[in-house]
Ligand binder design. Structure first.
Ligand code: BJW
Length: 241
C-alpha cells in the first residue's frame, strides 16, 4: 500500500474544505480505458478527428461510431472502490466538492451528489441547430449519426478541444479550488486545460495539494504529496471508507 503522511491523514480526518478533481484514471479499474495510456481511447484514433468540432463537421458518422462504441462499453461498467470511497466521503462531509473531467457517469452511479461535470456527459445528446440537450441512454443508438426531431444532426453533449467549458461548472470548480484546504488530483494526466489549472489554483490559494496516480505527471513537482498507486486501492484507505 502506498505511504500516506500523518499530516494528510490529520487534514482529511478534520474533513474541512476538501475538493477533488478526477480524470480517466479513476475509472480505469472499472474497465473504462483512459485516453492517453497504451490501449487507451486514442491509441489508434486521432484526437483531432474524434474530439473537435472540425472532426465532427468532416465526418459525423465516424465520430458518432466512436461515441456509440464508448457508450456501449461504459454502460457495461460499474463504479469501483475509488468512486465509492469519494461518494461515501461526500456523504460524511457536506462541504466536499467533487469535480470531474469524466463523462462516464460513474461518480453519480456510485452515489456522489452535485458532481461538477467539466467535460459534459456521454449519455446526453445536443441538437446542433436548436442547442437543446437531453438524456439519451440507448445503446446502441438505432441510427448513426442520430438526428433530432427537427431533422438536424445531434452531437454528443461533451466538450471538445477548442470549445468553452460550461460556464456554471467552471465557475463552481474554480470557487471550490480556491476555497479548498486539501485538493486531491486523482487519475488525470494534468495535460488538458483549463481543468489542469485547478490544482495549481488551489495550491496558490493555500491548499495542501495531493496527487494520486499510477505514474508521475507534469503536476507532480507541484504536489505536496504524491501517492503512487491505483485510485481504487488508495482512496478507500486515504478517505477512511
Ligand atoms: C490512473 C490509473 C489508476 C491510469 N489509478 N490513476 C492552456 C495551455 C495549453 C493549451 C490550452 C490551454 N487552454 C486551453 C488549451 C487548449 C486545450 C488543451 O488543453 N490542450 C492541451 C491538450 C494542450 N483545451 C481546450 O480546448 C478546452 N477548451 C478551452 O480551453 O476553451 C477555451 C479556449 C478555446 C479555444 C482556444 C483557447 C481557449 C477544452 C478541453 C476539452 C477536453 N475534452 C476531452 C474529451 C471530452 C469528451 C469525451 O470524453 O469524448 O476530455 S479530451 C480528454 O482529455 C477528455 C478528458 O476529460 C481529458 C483529460 O484526460 P484525463 O482524464 O487526464 O485522461 P488521460 O488519459 O490523459 O490520463 C489518465 C491518467 O490516469 C494518467 O495520468 C494515468 O497515469 C492515470 N491512471 N490508471 C490512478 N488505476
Amino acid at each position: 500500500m502506498a505511504a500516506i503522511s500523518a499530516r494528510l491523514r490529520d487534514l482529511l480526518g478534520r474533513g474541512r474544505r476538501v475538493a477533488a478533481l478526477t480524470g480517466a484514471g479513476i475509472s480505469a479499474e472499472s474497465g473504462v480505458p483512459t485516453f492517453r495510456s497504451p490501449g487507451g481511447f486514442w491509441d489508434n484514433e486521432s484526437l483531432l478527428d474524434l474530439a473537435t468540432p472540425q472532426g465532427f463537421a468532416r465526418d459525423p458518422r465516424r465520430v458518432w461510431a466512436w461515441y456509440d462504441a464508448r457508450r456501449r462499453q461504459v454502460s457495461g461498467c460499474a463504479p469501483n472502490a475509488g468512486h465509492l470511497a469519494l461518494a461515501s466521503f461526500g456523504r460524511n462531509h457536506p462541504d466536499f466538492r467533487l469535480i470531474t473531467q469524466n463523462v462516464d457517469g460513474l461518480h453519480a452511479a456510485a452515489g456522489s451528489a452535485g458532481v461538477i461535470l467539466l467535460h459534459g456527459d456521454l449519455f446526453r445528446v445536443r441538437c446542433t441547430e436548436e442547442g437543446t440537450s437531453r438524456e439519451d441512454r440507448r445503446v446502441p443508438l438505432p441510427e448513426i449519426p442520430p438526428r433530432c426531431a427537427c431533422g438536424a444532426l445531434l452531437r454528443p453533449d461533451v466538450v471538445w478541444f477548442g470549445e468553452v467549458l460550461p460556464e456554471g461548472a467552471m465557475q463552481e470548480a474554480t470557487g471550490a479550488a480556491r476555497r479548498s484546504k486539501v485538493f486531491l488530483s486523482i487519475g488525470t494526466s494534468a495535460l488538458v486545460y483549463p481543468a489542469a489549472a485547478l490544482p495549481e489554483l488551489a495550491k496558490r490559494h493555500g491548499a495542501y495539494l495531493v496527487e494520486i496516480n499510477v505514474e508521475e505527471t507534469p503536476l507532480s513537482p507541484l504536489a505536496d504529496e504524491l501517492i503512487l498507486g491505483p485510485a481504487a486501492g488508495v482512496l478507500p484507505d486515504l478517505l477512511g471508507t
